[in-house]
Write a protein that binds this ligand. Sequence first.
Ligand code: ADP
Ligand code: MG
Ligand code: MG
Length: 210
Amino acid sequence: ADTDHGAAVVAAVARVADRIADERAHLTDLDSAIGDADHGANLDRGFRAAVERVEALDDPTPEEVVQTVGTALISEVGGAAGPLYGGGFMRAAGTLDDGITAESTVAFAETYLDSVRDRGDARVGQKTMVDALVPAVHTYKKSIEEDGLDPLTALAKAVDACRRGVAFTVPIRAEKGRASYLGWRSVGHPDPGATSTLCVAEELLAAAAD
Ligand code: ADP
Ligand code: MG
Ligand code: MG
């Protein structure tokens, strides 16, 4: 069963990579408005490498797949987002050591968020990927642990919360990363990293629904 989940996680990674490739120009446009116009290219390069590496693994566990994605992103993405994305997946991989369950996916989401916050030191309201992650992760955890929803319904709610988190980044001023150099001129644009985080979350939902 574990190896079946491994193959499913490989398929999910491929799905995320395809979406990021499709969004490359859009993410680049967003990053050209408030950054250095490389977020689309950075992530596309990273997820392409991630797919290559995970597809080369022999009968991997979910933990091995996610660990491999994390190391690929750290080595290929660069910039601010590389260590945040890659470090998040690397640290969260260990939560899947007993496979993919409602409980382990909550731990996965929380550990990923903790890693991003520890590395980036951003709070909600500073116009970063944290603004997309916090509502998504909290909604997923609450939906499962308090509302007793099944993981797929919980993930759908989390994606909706993530989308509202991206919208929340539009009217606020960046206080972290390159966009913070613009000060008030960063207002009125969605954060690229929050937007790419939503793309990843949407594809994980689509993969889980398959
Ligand atoms: P760079 O800014 O180095 O060119 P990218 O363009 O790939 O890197 O990524 C920019 C994204 O990284 C931002 O849109 C934001 O979401 C995220 N980011 C930057 N700094 C931080 C931080 N300290 N904490 C969380 N996220 C951050
Ligand atoms: Mg950039
Ligand atoms: Mg850059």
